[in-house]
Design a protein around this ligand. Structure first.
Ligand code: AMP
Length: 399
């Protein structure tokens, strides 16, 4: 790890730690419905508390494009959830800058926590979209940096974006380090991609075809096999001249799919059969290799499952991103369930599940403790796997 970490900080007792966390959690009717990201940030917060720093937490929550958004996206709900699960008291200030925050920080005791309002409230000023946070406005980064003694970036989920609350603060503060979560994310993802135990298998599913088509190229260079399933595979099926019915695909990427298939002939495995239905609905489907015009492919079929199981036998590194079916529907979970079963029974393998939907799926299946690492950042982990530099990490001091 060439970036400074929490252990590189000296004499932090009584110092003000600005900590960027990723508390961008799902919220329904004013309640946090999945607190995994809060839990993931706790080791860093506990470490700073133990060492008697004063913690100022910053996070974004959703996107702010109107005054209406501000009403439903206050971090206060998240602060309440934090207090509940961590049993640490937390002071919430419903401001992103100003005297109230400055005074509250002055009054902080050692080993206490304060959270300011959603950093993306800075994207809207007097009803106009100004994107001070999202476009890394230097004045804002400078202001936030002036509030603390050092900066800890532990928001892996936003590390692929250069915002004022990560890159901005890191640029203008004297000392910056990565938190335990980012350190762990980098360690697992870096070792898996650059120093994998082999065989190294990558599994790519999900809906965002165009996002991942670039990752295929990067992963195919490094992995022994790249397996592509469910919605991801239909663009490839079009390239092969197969019928895909009304399944999700990106016809404008057919040439790219052809190129990838030619370039990585021995490495790419494309799902062959699909469980299909008439509608995007939780109903029992039927299996096809060529999908009739009126049907949609919603899960991988038994032949594909058999192939994947065979490929996973003896694997020593597996990266899995994106569900292999519309797993929100019970009827289309068989493919992902079969992969999960295979992964948790692999002996001596490093298994990594990445991306928001995949992480939620792993939790729902209750396999999170049997997987080596579940990545909290979808976009960030994808860009890391593509080999791109993540600005939120690049901005942190080197050792
Ligand atoms: P992603 O964010 O790209 O990992 O995509 C996750 C989403 O892909 C989930 O909401 C799944 O329901 C969806 N998905 C998986 N398979 C299919 C499919 N065959 N057709 C449409 N959506 C799918």
């Amino acid at each position: 790890m060439k970036k400074k970490t929490l252990y590189d900080l000296k004499n932090i007792k009584g110092k003000i730690a600005l900590v960027r966390v990723d508390f961008n959690v799902p919220i329904e009717n004013g309640k946090v419905t999945n607190n995994a990201r809060i839990i993931a940030a706790l080791p860093t917060i506990e470490y700073l508390l133990k060492n008697e720093a004063k913690i100022v937490l910053l996070s974004h929550l959703g996107r702010i494009k109107s005054e209406e958004d501000k009403k439903s996206k206050s971090l206060e709900m998240v602060a309440n959830e934090f207090a509940k699960i961590s049993s640490h008291p937390i002071t919430f200030i419903a401001k992103t800058r100003g005297k109230e925050i400055e005074q509250a920080i002055k009054n902080m005791e050692n080993g206490s926590i304060l959270m300011i309002e959603n950093t993306r409230f800075e994207d809207l000023k007097d009803g106009n979209i100004v994107n001070f946070e999202s476009k890394n406005n230097p004045e804002l980064g400078k202001y936030w940096a002036s509030l603390g003694d050092f900066f800890v970036n532990d928001a892996f989920g936003t590390a692929h974006r250069a915002h004022a609350s990560n890159v901005g603060i890191a640029t203008y503060i004297k000392e910056s380090v990565v938190g335990f979560l980012i350190e762990k994310e980098i360690k697992f993802l870096h070792d898996a991609v650059y120093n994998p135990k082999r065989p190294f298998i990558a599994l790519l599913g999900g809906a965002k075809v165009s996002d991942k088509i670039n990752v295929i190229d990067a992963l195919a260079k490094k992995a022994d096999k790249v397996i592509i399933g469910t919605a991801m595979c239909y663009t490839f099926h079009l390239a092969m001249g197969k019928k895909i019915g009304k399944s999700l695909a990106e016809p404008e990427k057919i040439d790219l799919a052809k190129e990838l298939m030619a370039k990585y002939k021995d490495k790419l495995i494309i799902a062959s059969d699909s469980v299909c239905a008439l509608e995007y609905k939780d109903i029992k489907g039927k299996v096809y290799e060529n999908i009739p015009d009126n049907l949609i492919g919603l899960d991988i079929g038994p032949k594909t499952i058999k192939t994947i199981k065979k490929e996973l036998k003896g694997a020593k590194t597996v990266i899995w991103n994106g569900p292999f079916g519309v797993t929100e529907f019970k009827n289309y979970r068989a493919g992902s369930k079969a992969i999960a079963d295979e992964l948790i029974n692999l002996k001596g393998a490093i298994t990594i599940i990445g991306g928001g939907d995949s992480a939620a799926m792993a939790m729902e299946m209750g396999i999170e403790d049997k997987i080596s690492h579940i990545s909290t950042g979808g976009g960030a982990s994808m860009e890391f796997l593509e080999g791109k530099e993540l600005p939120g990490i690049a901005a942190i001091n080197n050792k």
